[in-house]
Design a protein around this ligand. Sequence first.
Ligand code: SF4
Ligand code: SF4
Length: 495
Amino acid sequence: MDVRAQISMMFHLDKCIGCHTCSVACKNIWTDREGTEYMWWNNVETKPGTGYPTKWEDQEKYKGGWQPKGKTIKLKVADKASTFANIFHQPHLPTIDDYYEPWTYKYSDLFDAKAGDDQPTARPVSLITGKNIDINAGPNWDDDLSGSSVYAKNDPNLTEDEKQALFEIERLTMFYLPRICNHCLNPACVASCPSGALYKRGDDGIVLLDQNTCRAWRFCISGCPYKKTYYNWKTGKSEKCILCFPRLETGQAPACFHSCVGRIRYLGVLLYDADKIEATASAPENELVELQREMILDPHDPEVIAGAEKSGVHFSMVEAAQKSPVYKFVKKWKLALPLHPEFRTLPMLFYIPPLLPVLGRMEDGVYNVDSDEYFTSLDKARLPMRYMASLFTAGNEEQVRLVLEKLLTVRTYKRAEEVGDMDSDKLKAMFEKTGLTPELCEEIYRLTSLPTFEDRFVIPPMHREYVAELTMDDPYTFKAEIGFGGFKGRIERGT
Ligand code: SF4
Ligand code: SF4
């Protein structure tokens, strides 16, 4: 057992209101520079929909992530031979049109226009060419337009029949999917970089990109199946989310977490067994979620604590793991799931799938709260179970159903307690089926609905002074220096 620590994340999708405050907070701090205009290290997309860059989930098009090869896995985008063959022309990159052409407005026209009968207008101009453009795409262009024949129709997670059903007007539904880099345990971006510019920090697992080593081959952009590395056309280097590590090192939550209006974001340490990475990432698809969960270790287990000490994990990391809200949602309650586990990067950002409207019968456009069935069955929920499974469990419907059943049980329990109109036999059956108890429901409810700032973000004291020791004979880490956009930091890098 090789015990490692990872700063991990959980987003509760039922709580996201799609306000994009997270995206703007990140943009203002990190990508408000020339060459980064089109980059949104944090973006929020509408599902069903095609996302940003468009159709990023379609790995037939982009060749991101890993694929099985015998008993192990290989990158989809390249092996050694094709890396050399494609090094001057990367055929699977998204184009600027797949993202969108960034623009601003000629605001000066509003002030400089001569007096006349018509209102002056500010024309959109490209931030790349400076020329007038017609806007026809944006990073959240399909915001709230789920079910539209333009966007939902092209969502690669939907079958043809499901698309037809979704366009029936009374079934229209959508939810928001905020996305950042997953700081994966088996990052395809790191593995695909011919220059070794990407690395995973040994002590906290944050995946970074060394600006001095990057040679702009852009294999990381194709390699990342989530399309969370980006090319800066001004500096000629790639860039990515750094999980606001300068903020974390001073005890502050990342900007997108701190600013989240819906309070959907949780951050905490997970301890995991690094010896299991290859076997887990190579497992059959329907076992991926469960095996990734099994890699996560109990931070209260004395054997794990001893293992952590042996691997050089500072005890403050173990203490943070013991209080981690992410541990509770992912491992203890088994409520949070990785996004597209079939990409096999072992993402360390987990999601609680949205329960979606599950209220019972509608009459004359109004939910009938007097109906016997206040909550309807999951099978009558508007988005098909198969669709949720395609997003969060590599197609394993039972796994996603169990999570949704647990969420429904918590809601039913709270309604029974607060309003008292729930059938107690039915609630008892729900407890039996999901393994939940009133105490567990209360715990889940409290951390979901009433968490304080300190409950949501358990940030470990970062012991950067110990990292040099950790790097001595640690295959994951060695020293390097990065710097961009006026920011410089000293960090350790992995191989
Ligand atoms: S999501 Fe994973 S593969 Fe993509 S950039 Fe982040 S760490 Fe790398
Ligand atoms: S700030 Fe929070 S609630 Fe708003 S879009 Fe971002 S993740 Fe959702």
